[in-house]
Design a protein around this ligand. Sequence first.
Ligand SMILES: [Zn+2]
Length: 155
Amino acid sequence: MEDGGEGLKFLADNMLGRLARYMRILGYDTSYPNIQAPDLVLVEMSRKEDRILISRDKQLHERWKNSFLITSDKLDDQLCQITERFHPSMQSLFSRCTACNGLLVQPYAPCVEKYYRGDVKEVQQCDTCGKCYWRGTHTQSIVGYLRRLGIYIES
Ligand SMILES: [Zn+2]
């Protein structure tokens, strides 16, 4: 799967925080250092970690081969651009922490008791920062949003 997002790693520059968050929701391994770094530093991070640099900066894109240029300011368009180029894996939806990019696993700390309300079918916890996640109306509305964009997500 040459164009698939699976197995690929990404690095979003500090202009693309909302996109980075949604990329994590879709399961893309997305680093988002959120720093005002000179181009050279971003390129070095991209090279060192073998991450595709996602940027709105055309000059930066032209200077660094392993990069992907985002051409719109709108999140909707940005998400379409990413998912058209790097097809999202349906199994990866809701598999990553939106806060830190860690992987979501079975809960290993007391978050279940704290959040469990009986109607929560699936509780997961970030293996890196410990944040808890559960499926509910908020995840359904995200799926609805992605569907409206034409990003096919199996139910
Ligand atoms: Zn986390």
